[in-house]
Design a protein around this ligand. Structure first.
Ligand SMILES: *Cc1c(COP(=O)(O)O)cnc(C)c1O
Length: 223
């Protein structure tokens, strides 16, 4: 049963992406729309797939372990882990996800390199002083990049960040700009940044992947 609300919201999000891209002299094809389905049931993933979405973001290994069998038949779908990954769950994560966006230590990279098949990764960078945020500090990035590049099973796509929460999208801009500058310095093309409320700012600053939950699926129940 297709949710028409979802089709409308997807059209709106695609429109926002296209408008922001045009303003920045970019094309929408340069920006991956990652549908963040954490907390929502597998049926929501299937609806989104039917509407043409192929990349899905999940935050919790354990939660997705239950959903994965229910979406295993969606050919061409790719699942990205966008939540923090503990080293001891790396093997499980490799079974479930094609992309890991939250690599933040050489130790975790080494664990993921045990994968029998190639894995695409982003490095999560911590650009704010917030206690709760995971990610590698910018000064640790050169060492982390070097260790990931030495891992034959890991394909390094780019950098990912989560700025401090704010309702004011402009406040995210300095974090997005800093991530872009870090990526440029290290010759990395991918920039995973921007969520429902600040995707336009992220695209103006060069995002190649925006992670969108609420604007597509509505408010999440607290889990
Ligand atoms: C939940 C989440 C998102 C989606 O946020 P929305 O504001 O609902 O679009 C994006 N990225 C990460 C890392 C998240 O945890």
């Amino acid at each position: 049963m297709l949710d028409h609300g979802l089709a409308d919201r997807l059209a709106t999000v695609r429109d926002r992406i296209a408008t922001a891209a045009a303003r920045a002299g970019r094309t929408p094809e340069q920006i991956l729309l990652l549908a963040v389905t954490k907390v929502f049931p597998a049926a929501v993933v299937r609806d989104a797939y039917e509407l043409g979405l192929r990349d899905f973001g999940e935050n919790y290994v354990q939660e997705f372990e239950h959903k994965a069998p229910l979406v295993a038949d969606l050919s061409g779908a790719r699942f990205h882990l966008i939540g923090h990954l503990q080293s001891n769950k790396s093997r499980k994560a490799l079974d479930l996800f094609q992309v890991i966006q939250t690599v933040d230590s050489p130790r975790l990279a080494a664990r993921l390199n045990e994968s029998p098949t190639p894995v695409e990764v982003y490095l999560e960078v911590k650009l704010s002083a917030e206690e709760s945020k995971h990610g590698a500090l910018p000064e640790k990035l050169p060492e982390l990049i070097e260790s990931v590049r030495a891992c034959p099973q890991l394909t390094l796509t780019g950098l990912m960040t989560i700025p401090p929460w704010t309702e004011e999208a402009e406040q995210s801009r300095p974090y997005f700009r800093a991530l872009r500058e870090l990526a440029a310095r290290h010759n990395l093309a991918g920039l995973s940044m921007g969520m429902s409320h600040d995707l336009e700012v992220a695209i103006e600053e060069g995002a190649t992947c925006v992670r969108i939950g609420t604007a597509l699926f509505g408010k999440r129940q607290k889990s």
